[in-house]
Ligand binder design. Sequence first.
Ligand code: GLN
Length: 542
Amino acid sequence: MARYIFITGGVVSSLGKGLASAALGALLQARGYRVRLRKLDPYLNVDPGTMSPYQHGEVYVTDDGTEADLDLGHYERFTGVAADRGDNVTTGKIYQEILAKERRGDYLGATVQVIPHVTNAIKDFVLNGNEDVDFVLCEIGGTVGDIEGLPFFEAIRQLGNQLARNQAIYVHLTLIPYISSAGELKTKPTQHSVKELRSIGIQPDILLCRSDRVIPKEERRKIGLFCNVRPEAVIQGLDVETIYQVPLAYHDEGFDDQVLKAFGITDAKAPDLEMWRGITKRVLEPDGEVTIVIVGKYTELKDAYKSLTEALIHGGIANNVRVNLKWIESEIFESEDTLHHLENVHGILVPGGFGERGSEGKIKAAEFARTHNVPYFGICFGMQMAVIEALRNMAGMTNASSSEFGPCDEPVVGLMTEWNKGNQTEIRSADDDLGGTMRLGAFDAVLRPGSKVAEIYGATNISERHRHRYEVNIAHEEILKKHGVTFSGVSPDGSLPEIVEIEDHPWFIGVQFHPELKSKPFDPHPLFKSFIEAAVVQSRLV
Ligand code: GLN
Protein backbone atom coordinates (compact mmCIF):
# COMPACT_ATOMS: atom_id res chain seq x y z
CA MET A 1 0.00 0.00 0.00
CA ALA A 2 1.44 3.37 -1.01
CA ARG A 3 2.40 5.90 1.65
CA TYR A 4 1.96 9.60 0.97
CA ILE A 5 4.34 12.48 1.64
CA PHE A 6 2.83 15.93 1.13
CA ILE A 7 5.36 18.69 0.61
CA THR A 8 4.27 22.28 1.11
CA GLY A 9 6.15 25.56 1.19
CA GLY A 10 6.02 28.70 3.26
CA VAL A 11 7.58 32.15 3.80
CA VAL A 12 8.66 32.72 0.19
CA SER A 13 8.62 30.84 -3.09
CA SER A 14 11.72 29.58 -4.92
CA LEU A 15 13.10 27.74 -1.90
CA GLY A 16 13.67 24.59 -3.91
CA LYS A 17 10.59 22.57 -3.00
CA GLY A 18 10.84 20.69 -6.27
CA LEU A 19 14.46 19.82 -5.67
CA ALA A 20 13.79 18.84 -2.07
CA SER A 21 11.01 16.52 -3.24
CA ALA A 22 13.20 15.07 -5.99
CA ALA A 23 16.10 14.56 -3.58
CA LEU A 24 13.85 12.85 -1.04
CA GLY A 25 12.57 10.61 -3.82
CA ALA A 26 16.16 9.71 -4.67
CA LEU A 27 16.97 8.98 -1.00
CA LEU A 28 13.99 6.66 -0.64
CA GLN A 29 14.96 4.93 -3.89
CA ALA A 30 18.48 4.51 -2.56
CA ARG A 31 16.91 2.45 0.24
CA GLY A 32 15.20 0.21 -2.26
CA TYR A 33 11.73 1.80 -2.26
CA ARG A 34 9.67 2.51 -5.38
CA VAL A 35 8.63 6.13 -5.63
CA ARG A 36 6.35 8.34 -7.68
CA LEU A 37 6.42 12.15 -7.58
CA ARG A 38 3.55 14.45 -8.36
CA LYS A 39 3.04 18.19 -8.57
CA LEU A 40 -0.23 19.98 -7.77
CA ASP A 41 -0.23 23.49 -9.24
CA PRO A 42 -2.92 25.87 -7.96
CA TYR A 43 -2.93 28.29 -10.92
CA LEU A 44 -5.86 28.47 -13.36
CA ASN A 45 -4.04 27.59 -16.57
CA VAL A 46 -4.89 24.06 -17.71
CA ASP A 47 -1.16 23.45 -18.11
CA PRO A 48 1.91 25.68 -18.44
CA GLY A 49 2.03 25.11 -22.22
CA THR A 50 0.71 28.54 -23.13
CA MET A 51 2.62 30.45 -20.44
CA SER A 52 5.66 32.55 -21.22
CA PRO A 53 8.96 31.13 -19.99
CA TYR A 54 9.35 34.44 -18.15
CA GLN A 55 6.27 33.53 -16.10
CA HIS A 56 6.86 29.94 -15.47
CA GLY A 57 10.30 28.86 -16.63
CA GLU A 58 10.67 25.91 -18.94
CA VAL A 59 7.72 23.84 -20.06
CA TYR A 60 8.70 20.25 -19.41
CA VAL A 61 7.33 17.58 -21.76
CA THR A 62 6.75 13.95 -20.82
CA ASP A 63 6.76 10.91 -23.11
CA ASP A 64 2.97 10.93 -23.27
CA GLY A 65 2.98 14.51 -24.53
CA THR A 66 1.96 16.35 -21.36
CA GLU A 67 3.19 19.93 -21.13
CA ALA A 68 4.11 20.06 -17.48
CA ASP A 69 5.72 22.00 -14.69
CA LEU A 70 9.51 22.05 -14.74
CA ASP A 71 9.62 20.31 -11.35
CA LEU A 72 8.72 17.11 -13.19
CA GLY A 73 12.10 17.51 -14.84
CA HIS A 74 13.80 17.52 -11.44
CA TYR A 75 11.80 14.46 -10.44
CA GLU A 76 12.88 12.55 -13.54
CA ARG A 77 16.50 13.66 -13.30
CA PHE A 78 16.80 12.55 -9.69
CA THR A 79 14.79 9.32 -9.78
CA GLY A 80 14.88 8.20 -13.41
CA VAL A 81 11.14 7.45 -13.12
CA ALA A 82 9.41 8.67 -16.28
CA ALA A 83 6.61 11.11 -15.40
CA ASP A 84 3.30 11.14 -17.22
CA ARG A 85 0.03 13.09 -17.44
CA GLY A 86 -0.95 11.71 -14.05
CA ASP A 87 1.89 13.54 -12.34
CA ASN A 88 0.93 17.19 -12.77
CA VAL A 89 -2.44 18.76 -12.22
CA THR A 90 -3.58 22.39 -12.06
CA THR A 91 -6.71 24.12 -10.81
CA GLY A 92 -7.52 24.76 -14.48
CA LYS A 93 -7.39 21.07 -15.33
CA ILE A 94 -9.49 20.09 -12.29
CA TYR A 95 -12.16 22.68 -13.16
CA GLN A 96 -12.09 21.70 -16.83
CA GLU A 97 -12.97 18.12 -15.86
CA ILE A 98 -15.58 19.14 -13.29
CA LEU A 99 -17.31 21.53 -15.66
CA ALA A 100 -17.37 18.92 -18.44
CA LYS A 101 -19.02 16.48 -16.01
CA GLU A 102 -21.47 19.13 -14.87
CA ARG A 103 -22.49 19.80 -18.50
CA ARG A 104 -22.97 16.06 -19.09
CA GLY A 105 -25.27 15.96 -16.08
CA ASP A 106 -23.04 13.57 -14.16
CA TYR A 107 -23.71 15.30 -10.84
CA LEU A 108 -27.38 14.28 -10.97
CA GLY A 109 -28.81 17.61 -9.90
CA ALA A 110 -26.34 18.36 -7.11
CA THR A 111 -24.95 21.85 -6.50
CA VAL A 112 -21.31 21.62 -7.58
CA GLN A 113 -19.01 23.08 -4.90
CA VAL A 114 -15.35 23.47 -3.97
CA ILE A 115 -15.95 21.12 -1.05
CA PRO A 116 -16.59 18.29 -1.83
CA HIS A 117 -16.40 18.29 -5.63
CA VAL A 118 -13.14 20.13 -6.25
CA THR A 119 -11.43 18.58 -3.24
CA ASN A 120 -12.66 15.12 -4.26
CA ALA A 121 -11.28 15.60 -7.76
CA ILE A 122 -7.91 16.61 -6.26
CA LYS A 123 -7.93 13.59 -3.94
CA ASP A 124 -8.80 11.25 -6.83
CA PHE A 125 -5.85 12.67 -8.73
CA VAL A 126 -3.50 12.11 -5.79
CA LEU A 127 -4.71 8.56 -5.06
CA ASN A 128 -4.97 7.30 -8.60
CA GLY A 129 -2.51 4.81 -10.10
CA ASN A 130 -0.26 4.20 -7.11
CA GLU A 131 -0.59 0.41 -6.95
CA ASP A 132 3.06 -0.31 -7.73
CA VAL A 133 4.78 2.27 -5.56
CA ASP A 134 5.85 2.44 -1.94
CA PHE A 135 5.89 6.23 -1.60
CA VAL A 136 3.98 8.95 -3.43
CA LEU A 137 5.54 12.37 -2.99
CA CYS A 138 3.07 15.18 -3.68
CA GLU A 139 4.35 18.71 -3.92
CA ILE A 140 1.88 21.59 -3.67
CA GLY A 141 2.92 24.60 -5.77
CA GLY A 142 2.99 28.11 -4.29
CA THR A 143 3.13 28.90 -0.60
CA VAL A 144 0.71 28.30 2.25
CA GLY A 145 -1.77 31.16 2.51
CA ASP A 146 -2.18 31.68 -1.23
CA ILE A 147 -5.91 31.96 -1.91
CA GLU A 148 -5.80 29.73 -4.97
CA GLY A 149 -3.96 27.00 -3.05
CA LEU A 150 -6.70 26.55 -0.43
CA PRO A 151 -8.62 23.70 -2.11
CA PHE A 152 -5.37 21.77 -2.50
CA PHE A 153 -4.41 22.23 1.15
CA GLU A 154 -7.92 21.23 2.16
CA ALA A 155 -7.73 18.11 -0.02
CA ILE A 156 -4.43 16.97 1.48
CA ARG A 157 -5.72 17.75 4.97
CA GLN A 158 -8.71 15.48 4.32
CA LEU A 159 -6.41 12.76 3.03
CA GLY A 160 -4.56 12.78 6.36
CA ASN A 161 -7.80 11.59 7.96
CA GLN A 162 -9.03 9.43 5.15
CA LEU A 163 -5.88 7.34 4.81
CA ALA A 164 -4.89 4.83 7.49
CA ARG A 165 -2.74 6.02 10.39
CA ASN A 166 0.95 6.19 9.47
CA GLN A 167 0.09 6.41 5.78
CA ALA A 168 0.46 10.15 5.20
CA ILE A 169 2.90 12.74 6.49
CA TYR A 170 3.44 16.44 5.89
CA VAL A 171 6.77 18.11 5.17
CA HIS A 172 6.89 21.91 5.22
CA LEU A 173 9.72 23.83 3.60
CA THR A 174 10.54 27.27 4.97
CA LEU A 175 13.24 29.90 5.05
CA ILE A 176 15.28 30.98 8.07
CA PRO A 177 16.63 34.36 6.97
CA TYR A 178 19.82 35.89 8.35
CA ILE A 179 19.42 39.54 9.28
CA SER A 180 22.88 41.02 8.98
CA SER A 181 22.19 44.22 10.94
CA ALA A 182 21.14 42.10 13.91
CA GLY A 183 23.65 39.36 13.19
CA GLU A 184 20.91 36.78 13.77
CA LEU A 185 18.98 34.01 12.08
CA LYS A 186 15.26 34.68 12.40
CA THR A 187 12.74 31.94 13.09
CA LYS A 188 9.61 34.10 13.21
CA PRO A 189 8.64 33.78 9.51
CA THR A 190 8.74 30.00 9.93
CA GLN A 191 6.61 30.21 13.05
CA HIS A 192 4.04 32.27 11.16
CA SER A 193 4.07 29.95 8.20
CA VAL A 194 3.43 26.91 10.37
CA LYS A 195 0.72 28.82 12.23
CA GLU A 196 -0.95 29.44 8.88
CA LEU A 197 -0.68 25.77 8.00
CA ARG A 198 -2.09 24.67 11.36
CA SER A 199 -4.96 27.14 11.01
CA ILE A 200 -6.13 25.15 7.99
CA GLY A 201 -5.76 21.93 9.91
CA ILE A 202 -2.36 20.66 8.83
CA GLN A 203 0.29 19.93 11.44
CA PRO A 204 3.64 19.39 9.73
CA ASP A 205 5.62 16.31 10.79
CA ILE A 206 8.90 17.61 9.43
CA LEU A 207 10.20 21.11 8.83
CA LEU A 208 12.88 21.56 6.23
CA CYS A 209 14.47 24.92 6.94
CA ARG A 210 16.46 26.52 4.16
CA SER A 211 19.26 28.75 5.40
CA ASP A 212 22.48 30.19 4.08
CA ARG A 213 24.29 29.30 7.32
CA VAL A 214 24.20 26.67 10.03
CA ILE A 215 21.10 26.86 12.22
CA PRO A 216 22.33 26.33 15.80
CA LYS A 217 20.79 23.42 17.69
CA GLU A 218 19.18 25.78 20.17
CA GLU A 219 17.40 27.62 17.36
CA ARG A 220 16.14 24.34 15.95
CA ARG A 221 14.84 23.39 19.37
CA LYS A 222 13.04 26.72 19.52
CA ILE A 223 11.51 26.26 16.07
CA GLY A 224 10.33 22.80 17.11
CA LEU A 225 8.81 24.13 20.30
CA PHE A 226 6.91 26.96 18.62
CA CYS A 227 5.82 24.89 15.66
CA ASN A 228 4.87 21.76 17.58
CA VAL A 229 7.45 19.63 15.75
CA ARG A 230 9.98 17.31 17.42
CA PRO A 231 13.37 19.10 17.45
CA GLU A 232 15.11 16.30 15.53
CA ALA A 233 12.46 16.69 12.80
CA VAL A 234 13.56 20.28 12.23
CA ILE A 235 16.04 19.70 9.42
CA GLN A 236 18.40 22.33 8.14
CA GLY A 237 18.69 22.64 4.39
CA LEU A 238 21.89 24.52 3.70
CA ASP A 239 22.93 25.89 0.33
CA VAL A 240 25.19 23.48 -1.56
CA GLU A 241 27.51 23.89 -4.53
CA THR A 242 25.65 21.63 -6.94
CA ILE A 243 22.06 20.43 -6.89
CA TYR A 244 23.34 16.86 -7.21
CA GLN A 245 24.76 17.22 -3.70
CA VAL A 246 21.28 17.79 -2.26
CA PRO A 247 20.42 14.10 -1.64
CA LEU A 248 23.71 13.63 0.24
CA ALA A 249 23.34 16.88 2.18
CA TYR A 250 19.74 16.14 3.21
CA HIS A 251 20.66 12.61 4.19
CA ASP A 252 23.48 13.92 6.40
CA GLU A 253 20.93 16.13 8.15
CA GLY A 254 18.71 13.11 8.79
CA PHE A 255 15.86 14.06 6.42
CA ASP A 256 15.11 10.57 5.13
CA ASP A 257 15.56 9.06 8.61
CA GLN A 258 12.95 11.45 9.96
CA VAL A 259 10.57 10.68 7.12
CA LEU A 260 10.78 6.96 7.84
CA LYS A 261 10.41 7.61 11.55
CA ALA A 262 7.29 9.69 10.95
CA PHE A 263 5.77 6.69 9.17
CA GLY A 264 6.87 4.41 11.99
CA ILE A 265 9.12 2.42 9.67
CA THR A 266 11.92 0.86 11.68
CA ASP A 267 13.28 -1.80 9.36
CA ALA A 268 14.43 0.31 6.39
CA LYS A 269 17.78 -0.63 4.95
CA ALA A 270 20.62 1.90 4.85
CA PRO A 271 20.68 3.91 1.63
CA ASP A 272 23.23 3.18 -1.05
CA LEU A 273 24.47 6.66 -1.95
CA GLU A 274 27.58 5.68 -3.91
CA MET A 275 26.07 6.90 -7.19
CA TRP A 276 25.34 10.37 -5.79
CA ARG A 277 28.82 10.59 -4.26
CA GLY A 278 30.33 9.76 -7.65
CA ILE A 279 28.19 12.36 -9.46
CA THR A 280 28.97 15.07 -6.89
CA LYS A 281 32.68 14.36 -7.09
CA ARG A 282 32.66 14.61 -10.87
CA VAL A 283 30.78 17.92 -10.78
CA LEU A 284 32.92 19.48 -8.05
CA GLU A 285 36.32 18.09 -9.00
CA PRO A 286 36.48 18.00 -12.80
CA ASP A 287 39.65 17.49 -14.80
CA GLY A 288 39.24 20.41 -17.16
CA GLU A 289 36.69 22.88 -18.46
CA VAL A 290 34.97 23.97 -21.64
CA THR A 291 32.90 27.03 -22.47
CA ILE A 292 29.64 26.72 -24.33
CA VAL A 293 27.70 29.70 -25.64
CA ILE A 294 23.93 29.47 -25.49
CA VAL A 295 22.35 31.82 -28.00
CA GLY A 296 18.78 32.22 -26.79
CA LYS A 297 15.93 34.54 -26.08
CA TYR A 298 15.12 34.11 -22.41
CA THR A 299 18.71 34.23 -21.19
CA GLU A 300 17.81 36.49 -18.25
CA LEU A 301 15.79 33.75 -16.67
CA LYS A 302 17.83 30.58 -16.31
CA ASP A 303 14.75 28.52 -15.35
CA ALA A 304 13.59 28.96 -18.95
CA TYR A 305 16.35 26.55 -19.97
CA LYS A 306 16.45 24.33 -16.89
CA SER A 307 16.67 20.91 -18.53
CA LEU A 308 19.13 22.23 -21.09
CA THR A 309 21.48 23.59 -18.41
CA GLU A 310 21.31 20.29 -16.55
CA ALA A 311 21.87 18.21 -19.69
CA LEU A 312 25.02 20.24 -20.43
CA ILE A 313 26.23 19.58 -16.90
CA HIS A 314 25.54 15.88 -17.51
CA GLY A 315 27.62 16.10 -20.70
CA GLY A 316 30.37 17.52 -18.48
CA ILE A 317 29.95 14.68 -15.98
CA ALA A 318 30.36 12.16 -18.82
CA ASN A 319 33.59 13.84 -19.93
CA ASN A 320 34.83 14.79 -16.47
CA VAL A 321 34.96 18.51 -17.32
CA ARG A 322 33.26 21.59 -15.96
CA VAL A 323 30.92 23.17 -18.51
CA ASN A 324 30.95 26.95 -18.25
CA LEU A 325 27.88 28.51 -19.81
CA LYS A 326 27.96 31.86 -21.53
CA TRP A 327 24.44 33.15 -22.15
CA ILE A 328 23.97 35.53 -25.06
CA GLU A 329 20.76 37.20 -26.22
CA SER A 330 20.53 36.26 -29.89
CA GLU A 331 19.36 39.75 -30.88
CA ILE A 332 22.84 41.16 -30.32
CA PHE A 333 24.08 39.29 -33.40
CA GLU A 334 21.69 41.35 -35.47
CA SER A 335 24.03 44.35 -34.94
CA GLU A 336 27.36 44.76 -36.69
CA ASP A 337 30.63 43.66 -35.10
CA THR A 338 29.22 41.43 -32.42
CA LEU A 339 30.37 38.02 -33.65
CA HIS A 340 33.55 38.34 -31.59
CA HIS A 341 31.38 37.09 -28.69
CA LEU A 342 31.54 33.71 -30.39
CA GLU A 343 35.29 33.61 -30.72
CA ASN A 344 37.35 31.36 -28.45
CA VAL A 345 34.34 29.38 -27.29
CA HIS A 346 34.29 25.61 -27.55
CA GLY A 347 30.74 25.06 -28.65
CA ILE A 348 27.66 27.02 -29.75
CA LEU A 349 24.18 25.89 -28.81
CA VAL A 350 20.95 27.37 -30.14
CA PRO A 351 18.10 26.01 -28.03
CA GLY A 352 14.36 25.73 -28.60
CA GLY A 353 12.45 28.95 -29.11
CA PHE A 354 9.36 30.59 -30.48
CA GLY A 355 8.68 33.65 -32.59
CA GLU A 356 10.61 35.90 -34.92
CA ARG A 357 12.38 38.10 -32.38
CA GLY A 358 16.04 37.16 -32.25
CA SER A 359 15.78 34.57 -35.03
CA GLU A 360 18.17 36.38 -37.39
CA GLY A 361 20.76 36.45 -34.60
CA LYS A 362 20.40 32.70 -34.18
CA ILE A 363 20.88 32.25 -37.92
CA LYS A 364 24.08 34.32 -37.67
CA ALA A 365 25.32 32.17 -34.80
CA ALA A 366 24.67 28.99 -36.82
CA GLU A 367 26.55 30.50 -39.77
CA PHE A 368 29.49 31.40 -37.56
CA ALA A 369 29.65 27.84 -36.17
CA ARG A 370 29.43 26.31 -39.65
CA THR A 371 32.03 28.52 -41.26
CA HIS A 372 34.45 28.57 -38.31
CA ASN A 373 34.26 24.83 -37.60
CA VAL A 374 33.00 25.37 -34.06
CA PRO A 375 30.84 22.52 -32.65
CA TYR A 376 27.19 23.48 -33.14
CA PHE A 377 24.18 21.96 -31.45
CA GLY A 378 20.79 23.19 -32.68
CA ILE A 379 17.78 22.07 -30.70
CA CYS A 380 14.32 22.32 -32.28
CA PHE A 381 14.22 26.02 -33.25
CA GLY A 382 18.04 25.82 -33.34
CA MET A 383 17.81 23.11 -35.99
CA GLN A 384 15.24 25.05 -38.01
CA MET A 385 17.46 28.16 -37.99
CA ALA A 386 20.52 26.12 -39.03
CA VAL A 387 18.62 24.73 -42.04
CA ILE A 388 17.45 28.22 -43.05
CA GLU A 389 21.06 29.41 -42.77
CA ALA A 390 22.36 26.56 -44.93
CA LEU A 391 19.73 27.11 -47.62
CA ARG A 392 20.30 30.86 -47.68
CA ASN A 393 24.07 30.89 -47.64
CA MET A 394 25.06 27.60 -49.27
CA ALA A 395 22.21 27.00 -51.71
CA GLY A 396 21.52 30.64 -52.60
CA MET A 397 17.89 30.63 -51.43
CA THR A 398 18.21 34.11 -50.00
CA ASN A 399 14.54 34.33 -49.01
CA ALA A 400 14.50 31.06 -47.08
CA SER A 401 12.55 31.55 -43.83
CA SER A 402 9.92 30.05 -41.53
CA SER A 403 6.19 30.60 -41.88
CA GLU A 404 6.21 31.02 -38.09
CA PHE A 405 7.39 34.58 -38.83
CA GLY A 406 4.51 35.36 -41.19
CA PRO A 407 3.99 34.82 -44.92
CA CYS A 408 7.25 34.44 -46.86
CA ASP A 409 8.44 33.52 -50.37
CA GLU A 410 10.43 30.43 -49.39
CA PRO A 411 8.84 28.86 -46.30
CA VAL A 412 11.46 26.13 -45.89
CA VAL A 413 10.16 25.73 -42.35
CA GLY A 414 6.37 25.52 -42.38
CA LEU A 415 3.36 24.79 -40.21
CA MET A 416 2.91 21.08 -39.63
CA THR A 417 -0.64 20.20 -40.57
CA GLU A 418 -0.55 16.43 -40.29
CA TRP A 419 1.56 13.76 -38.60
CA ASN A 420 1.24 10.21 -37.35
CA LYS A 421 1.04 9.30 -33.71
CA GLY A 422 0.82 5.54 -33.17
CA ASN A 423 -1.89 4.38 -35.55
CA GLN A 424 -3.55 7.75 -35.71
CA THR A 425 -3.09 10.80 -37.89
CA GLU A 426 -3.18 14.10 -36.03
CA ILE A 427 -4.48 17.04 -38.06
CA ARG A 428 -3.92 20.73 -37.35
CA SER A 429 -4.78 24.02 -38.97
CA ALA A 430 -3.52 27.58 -38.54
CA ASP A 431 -6.51 28.67 -36.46
CA ASP A 432 -6.46 25.85 -33.90
CA ASP A 433 -6.17 26.64 -30.18
CA LEU A 434 -2.59 27.17 -29.06
CA GLY A 435 -2.85 25.03 -25.92
CA GLY A 436 -1.87 21.37 -26.20
CA THR A 437 -1.93 21.31 -30.01
CA MET A 438 1.75 21.06 -30.89
CA ARG A 439 3.43 17.83 -31.93
CA LEU A 440 4.03 16.75 -28.35
CA GLY A 441 5.76 13.88 -26.59
CA ALA A 442 7.72 10.83 -27.65
CA PHE A 443 8.04 10.00 -31.34
CA ASP A 444 10.31 7.45 -33.00
CA ALA A 445 12.97 8.41 -35.48
CA VAL A 446 15.05 6.30 -37.82
CA LEU A 447 18.73 7.14 -38.18
CA ARG A 448 20.79 6.60 -41.32
CA PRO A 449 23.31 3.81 -40.76
CA GLY A 450 26.84 5.22 -40.89
CA SER A 451 25.79 8.75 -39.95
CA LYS A 452 27.41 10.59 -37.07
CA VAL A 453 24.20 10.45 -35.02
CA ALA A 454 23.84 6.69 -35.55
CA GLU A 455 27.36 6.34 -34.19
CA ILE A 456 26.62 8.67 -31.24
CA TYR A 457 23.45 6.80 -30.28
CA GLY A 458 24.90 3.39 -31.10
CA ALA A 459 21.49 2.64 -32.64
CA THR A 460 19.39 3.39 -35.71
CA ASN A 461 16.00 3.49 -34.01
CA ILE A 462 15.45 6.07 -31.31
CA SER A 463 12.60 7.76 -29.46
CA GLU A 464 12.78 11.38 -28.35
CA ARG A 465 10.42 13.99 -26.94
CA HIS A 466 9.02 16.75 -29.16
CA ARG A 467 7.33 20.10 -28.75
CA HIS A 468 6.95 22.00 -31.98
CA ARG A 469 4.39 23.33 -34.41
CA TYR A 470 6.62 23.90 -37.45
CA GLU A 471 8.83 21.53 -39.42
CA VAL A 472 11.63 21.65 -41.94
CA ASN A 473 10.16 20.76 -45.33
CA ILE A 474 11.63 17.41 -46.39
CA ALA A 475 11.45 18.58 -50.01
CA HIS A 476 14.76 20.38 -49.48
CA GLU A 477 16.63 17.17 -48.78
CA GLU A 478 18.31 16.88 -52.19
CA ILE A 479 19.51 20.45 -52.43
CA LEU A 480 20.91 20.37 -48.89
CA LYS A 481 22.62 17.06 -49.61
CA LYS A 482 24.47 18.64 -52.53
CA HIS A 483 26.08 20.95 -49.97
CA GLY A 484 26.94 18.21 -47.50
CA VAL A 485 23.99 18.88 -45.19
CA THR A 486 22.00 15.68 -44.66
CA PHE A 487 18.88 14.55 -42.90
CA SER A 488 20.48 11.74 -40.92
CA GLY A 489 17.32 11.09 -38.92
CA VAL A 490 13.71 11.08 -40.15
CA SER A 491 10.29 10.03 -38.83
CA PRO A 492 9.55 6.32 -39.48
CA ASP A 493 7.28 7.20 -42.44
CA GLY A 494 10.10 9.31 -43.91
CA SER A 495 8.01 12.48 -44.03
CA LEU A 496 9.57 14.59 -41.26
CA PRO A 497 13.24 15.50 -40.89
CA GLU A 498 14.26 14.79 -37.31
CA ILE A 499 18.02 15.33 -37.44
CA VAL A 500 20.27 17.33 -39.71
CA GLU A 501 24.05 17.05 -39.74
CA ILE A 502 26.96 18.45 -41.72
CA GLU A 503 29.40 15.73 -42.59
CA ASP A 504 32.40 17.89 -43.34
CA HIS A 505 32.41 19.65 -39.98
CA PRO A 506 33.85 18.65 -36.58
CA TRP A 507 30.39 18.52 -34.97
CA PHE A 508 27.31 20.15 -36.47
CA ILE A 509 24.03 18.56 -35.46
CA GLY A 510 20.49 19.92 -35.35
CA VAL A 511 17.63 17.95 -33.85
CA GLN A 512 13.91 18.63 -34.14
CA PHE A 513 13.31 17.12 -30.69
CA HIS A 514 14.42 17.99 -27.16
CA PRO A 515 17.10 15.53 -26.04
CA GLU A 516 17.73 17.61 -22.89
CA LEU A 517 14.43 16.33 -21.46
CA LYS A 518 15.71 12.78 -21.16
CA SER A 519 19.22 13.38 -19.84
CA LYS A 520 20.07 12.27 -16.29
CA PRO A 521 23.18 12.90 -14.17
CA PHE A 522 23.58 9.12 -13.88
CA ASP A 523 22.77 8.57 -17.56
CA PRO A 524 23.92 11.57 -19.62
CA HIS A 525 22.21 11.88 -22.99
CA PRO A 526 24.46 10.60 -25.81
CA LEU A 527 24.12 13.82 -27.84
CA PHE A 528 25.17 16.01 -24.89
CA LYS A 529 27.97 13.62 -24.03
CA SER A 530 29.23 13.75 -27.62
CA PHE A 531 28.76 17.54 -27.96
CA ILE A 532 30.85 18.19 -24.84
CA GLU A 533 33.43 15.70 -26.06
CA ALA A 534 33.68 17.73 -29.29
CA ALA A 535 33.96 20.91 -27.19
CA VAL A 536 36.89 19.34 -25.31
CA VAL A 537 38.60 18.69 -28.64
CA GLN A 538 37.84 22.27 -29.72
CA SER A 539 39.27 23.63 -26.45
CA ARG A 540 42.64 22.16 -27.38
CA LEU A 541 42.57 24.03 -30.71
CA VAL A 542 41.68 27.57 -29.63
N1 GLN B 1 8.88 27.54 -32.76
C1 GLN B 1 9.29 26.32 -33.36
C2 GLN B 1 8.14 25.41 -33.68
O1 GLN B 1 7.08 25.54 -33.14
C3 GLN B 1 10.30 25.59 -32.51
C4 GLN B 1 9.74 25.09 -31.23
C5 GLN B 1 10.77 24.73 -30.22
O2 GLN B 1 11.93 25.12 -30.35
N2 GLN B 1 10.39 24.00 -29.21
O3 GLN B 1 8.28 24.52 -34.48
